[in-house]
Ligand binder design. Structure first.
Ligand SMILES: [Mn+2]
Length: 261
């Protein structure tokens, strides 16, 4: 009898690199030649940041949303965290030319962060609703999944549910100032990198939310390592093994990878 649990895969920030994503999923045998789910009962987690910077953000969303349905139909699962770029896009759509209070508008701020006019023009209510319901945090097999290597989660709650409810509530209301503050916090990075305090901070989060290891995207590995994005082929494990970064820097020309937990 085979009692092994189905495999869980994780993939980092896509940023509109639709063709790269197809290649990665095909190589991992999660989709077939027709781009249909063939991963059976496997689970695939995305770390968020599907959109902005690259050319085909909405195509990426469409693919992931379809795979989610196809995987669920055969006992598998496709899931995703909310990335700050989903939130930037939602904010640009919702608030448009309203001032952020920082001498900019939500629309110009989104564009400055790689917002793609073609994406916002082809967004539907289905995409908007799907993005607004993504969790900010999850735990899978004792691995704590967060999009950003940033401290903002602590401000949002002391359990994974509390954090997710805080995000869900924020995204369902038009409180521009609250969105603005969250977007600022969500753009921060490097919280676990500090030589003395990085590991301590990661362990604190694990102590609060659970999990033995913390896995994130958001900050491309090559930027942390100071190497060429082309050299990045694996996750980067750091902070004495507490943290795993899976952002392969697709937008910078990295090939990316699919990581099995
Ligand atoms: Mn990000």
């Amino acid at each position: 009898m085979n009692t092994a649990s189905p495999p869980v895969y994780v993939i980092g920030d896509i940023h509109g690199q639709f063709k790269s994503l197809l290649k990665l999923l095909q190589a991992a045998q999660l989709i077939d030649d027709h781009h249909a789910w063939c991963g059976g009962n496997a689970t695939l987690w995305f770390m968020g940041d599907f959109v902005d910077r690259g050319p085909q953000g909405v195509e990426v969303l469409d693919l992931v949303m379809r795979l989610q349905v196809e995987a669920a139909a055969v006992g598998g699962a496709v899931a995703s965290l909310l990335g700050n770029h989903e939130m930037l896009l939602l904010a640009a759509y919702r608030f448009g030319r309203r001032s952020t209070g920082l001498g900019s508008t939500f629309l110009t701020r989104w564009k400055r962060n790689g917002g793609n006019q073609k994406d916002i023009a082809s967004l539907t209510l289905r995409h908007l609703d799907w993005m607004a319901h993504l969790p900010a945090m999850a735990i899978v097999d004792e691995t704590l999944l967060l999009h950003a290597d940033a401290p903002l989660y602590l401000k949002c709650g002391r359990t994974i549910d509390e954090v997710n409810i805080t995000f869900r509530k924020l995204l369902s209301h038009s409180d521009a100032l609250a969105w603005e503050e969250m977007l600022e916090d969500f753009a921060r990075r490097g919280a676990f990198l500090h030589a003395q305090h990085g590991e301590e901070f990661a362990r604190r989060l694990l102590g609060i939310y659970g999990g033995k290891q913390l896995l994130h995207g958001h900050t491309p590995i090559h930027l942390m390592l100071g190497c060429s994005p082309k050299k990045v082929e694996h996750p980067w494990i750091y902070a004495s093994g507490c943290c795993i970064n899976v952002d392969g820097g697709l937008y910078f020309g990295g090939r990316g990878f699919v990581h099995q937990l």
